[in-house]
Every structure is written in structure tokens, then in C-alpha cells.
Unconditional design. Structure first.
Length: 390
């Protein structure tokens, strides 16, 4: 069903890296969400009035907020698809995250409102009207929301959209809350015991939790989240696949919206390589990254020793000693400056973010002492830094 709709309503649907096609996916998903959620709102609202059920009514207004969310998503996707301009040279892609953040507040507002109503129902229960046709209609609504959630998940994964994945999460939450509502109505029909307020309370908590989850997921890229390990490996493997590149480190990726990344990386080349040839190689990789990875990649070239066995042995000695002390750390940019009475070992050390300044100092002290035990001439010059990978 999803593939059929995409083929007929999204032009050039296979070109998901194309900004215009990605926008078309977002607009189409928003329209489908508006139609489905508006339909479900009216169905559940009428049922809630007939049954005099706060949990059903809460569920109805949750669907109405979902429809409003789809409207905001529609506007956000359209604005995010605008090309870069003088005032916004990196484009408008982050508007999609802002739109999703606004959606989270709508969801939270609905959840908090019906949390208050449910508490009132618990204190002063009202009589429910059980009708089997209402239960059937609610079951159908579960089916619609389940399909809508799967629909958004498939499209969200295809175009890497946090907004669509948030809609998927919200839809599955709706499936759970509507299922709970059905249980309360059926339970009343079978036992005559009214648990509507309690179920409505639980529904409200689920809605609030969904709103918090959406806010959290959309704030992370706005604040600046760590690089996904899969993306990190993809970029590093791409750069290291070129002959003449012997390693990479210090990858940093800045996100300016879905599929809109700007990155920098240090590429290691043999220190005896021809400087002009190495520079031409770096330029070619940057051009290829724009075409194949869809990102602006800036590469810093680092020369590394590949022939002097003595220096390479010292590097291996430092790496092995560090691994014995703390295997969560690593080194790069290793250089050695030999003197008659002192050998300077110069390198960068990558440590986890959680390490305090005291822990860093202690780590540096232990490493220096161990290396001096091997050779009293060793003097370490260490630059501490953190990885940007999650």
C-alpha cells in the first residue's frame, strides 16, 4: 500500500538524495497524516460523546493534535526545502527540527489537559454507555493509526527524517492509548465497573511521555549531537579507500538539517609523498565526497612516518603502553624528535568525555612514567582531546 501511494504521488520517488524529492515525501506524508487524523478525531469525538467517556474523548483530541502536528510538519518541510540564500548560506534544513519541536508542545498540551480531566473523573466517576459498535469503530481506528505509523516509519527511514520517525513513535503511542481505551469500555460492559478515569489518566501519561520524547529527539540535532558511529565509519572508509591515504582521525560533522551535513577530517599521508600530488588527491576526495556522500567535506592533511622503523616502533610502544593503562583511549599525529639526552614523543590523545581534569592528568602521568621506565630519555608532549563520535 505504501509503495503504491509513493509511486503514484511522489514524482521521481527513487531519487531520495534529491532535495526536491525529499520535500515531496515530507509533504505527501503530512497530507496523509492530516486526512487520517482528522477522520479519526471526528469518529472518536462522536463516540466519546455517545459513551460519555473521557478516555475516548482524550484519545479524539490526541488525534486532533496529531492533525495539527501534520499541518506544522507540512509547513516545516516546505520551509526546510528552501535553498540556501545570503542570510542562510547553509540552507533552511533545521526548520524541520524546529517544526517537530513545536509539535511536541502540542502533544504535551493535550496530555496535560486530559490528565487534569482524568483526575476529575477518578474523583467523580460518571456513568458510561457501552455499545459494541463503538468498540468496533475504535478497533478500526487502531488499525488506521498502526498503518499510519508504519507508513511514516518506512518513509522516514527512506529519507532519514526525524520528523517522520517522531510521527511513527507518536502513532504507536496512539495505538497503545486507544487499545487501553477499548479495554476500559469493554471492562465496563462486562463488569459494570468504571475504570475510565484511571485509563484516561494512563492515556494522558503516555501522551505526555510521547511529547517529551519528540522534544528530546528534535532538540538533540539543534543543540549538536554526537556523530552516529555508522555515519562516522562511512565517511572514514570513503576517505581511506583512496590510494595514498593511510589513515584518518578527528572527524567532525555539523548538521544543518536532514541530509545536509558539513564535515572536516584529518587524512594521514606518508611524509615522503610529493606535496602537490598529495594536495591534488585531497582536492579530488573533497569533490567526490560532495558528489557521492552529499556533504561538504574539508580535509586537513597530516604527514605520518611510514619508513623510519625506529619512530614507528616508538609509536607502537606508546600505543601498547596506553592500551595497558586505559584501552578506552587512543593516540594519533605521532611524531618523535631525537636528541642526545632527550627524545620528545609528541602526539594527540583521545579520551572519553566523562574524564575529569584530574583523571586526564593522572592518565598522562602514568603513561609518561611507564614510557620512561622503558627509556629514561622519553619526554611526552601530549595534547588531550575528545572524540565527536557517539
Amino acid at each position: 500500500m505504501t509503495d503504491f501511494l509513493v509511486r503514484h504521488f511522489v514524482k521521481n520517488y527513487q531519487e531520495v538524495e534529491n532535495a526536491a524529492v525529499r520535500t515531496a515525501y515530507g509533504v505527501f506524508a503530512s497530507i496523509v497524516g492530516i486526512l487520517c487524523n482528522t477522520f479519526l478525531f471526528w469518529v472518536k469525538f462522536v463516540i466519546g460523546l455517545v459513551l460519555n467517556s473521557v478516555s475516548v474523548t482524550a484519545d479524539a483530541f490526541n488525534n486532533l493534535s496529531d492533525a495539527a502536528s501534520s499541518v506544522i510538519s507540512f509547513i516545516g518541510v516546505k520551509m526546510a526545502g528552501k535553498p540556501a540564500d545570503k542570510e542562510h548560506p547553509f540552507g533552511h534544513g533545521r526548520i524541520e527540527y524546529i517544526a517537530a519541536f513545536v509539535v511536541s508542545f502540542l502533544v504535551l498540551e493535550v496530555g496535560i489537559t486530559f490528565l487534569k480531566d482524568s483526575i476529575g473523573k477518578i474523583r467523580n466517576p460518571e456513568v458510561l454507555n457501552f455499545q459494541i459498535v463503538s468498540v468496533v469503530i475504535l478497533l478500526l481506528s487502531v488499525g488506521v493509526k498502526l498503518w499510519l505509523g508504519i507508513f511514516n516509519r518506512r518513509l522516514g527511514r527512506k529519507i532519514d527524517s526525524k520528523v517522520m520517525m517522531a510521527v511513527f513513535t507518536d502513532s504507536i503511542g496512539d495505538v497503545i492509548t486507544t487499545g487501553a481505551t477499548i479495554i476500559s469500555v469493554v471492562f465496563f460492559g462486562l463488569t459494570g465497573i468504571n475504570i475510565d478515569g484511571i485509563v484516561g489518566f494512563c492515556v494522558a501519561l503516555v501522551v505526555i511521555w510521547a511529547g517529551i520524547g519528540i522534544a528530546r529527539d528534535t532538540l538533540e540535532p539543534l543543540i549538536g549531537e554526537a556523530i552516529d558511529p555508522e555515519m562516522c565509519e562511512k565517511v572514514k572508509s570513503f576517505v581511506e579507500s583512496y590510494d595514498g591515504i593511510v589513515g584518518t582521525h578527528d572527524l567532525i560533522i555539523h548538521n544543518y538539517g536532514p541530509n545536509k551535513n558539513m564535515a572536516s577530517i584529518h587524512a594521514e599521508v606518508p611524509n615522503n609523498a610529493d606535496i602537490e600530488e598529495a594536495h591534488e588527491l585531497i582536492d579530488r576526495i573533497e569533490r567526490d565526497a560532495a558528489r557521492k556522500l552529499g556533504m561538504m567535506l574539508v580535509i586537513h592533511m597530516d604527514p605520518v612516518e611510514m619508513q623510519n622503523e625506529h619512530i614507528m616502533q616508538m609509536r607502537r610502544q606508546v600505543e601498547e603502553t596506553l592500551a595497558q593503562i586505559d584501552d578506552k583511549c587512543s593516540i594519533h599525529d605521532f611524531r618523535a624528535v631525537n636528541g642526545e639526552n632527550q627524545i620528545n614523543l609528541i602526539f594527540d590523545m583521545v579520551v572519553p568525555f566523562g574524564y575529569t581534569e584530574e583523571q586526564k592528568a593522572e592518565l598522562q602521568k602514568k603513561l609518561t612514567e611507564r614510557l620512561r621506565e622503558a627509556d629514561c630519555r622519553y619526554h611526552c608532549v601530549i595534547m588531550m582531546e575528545h572524540s565527536y563520535v557517539s
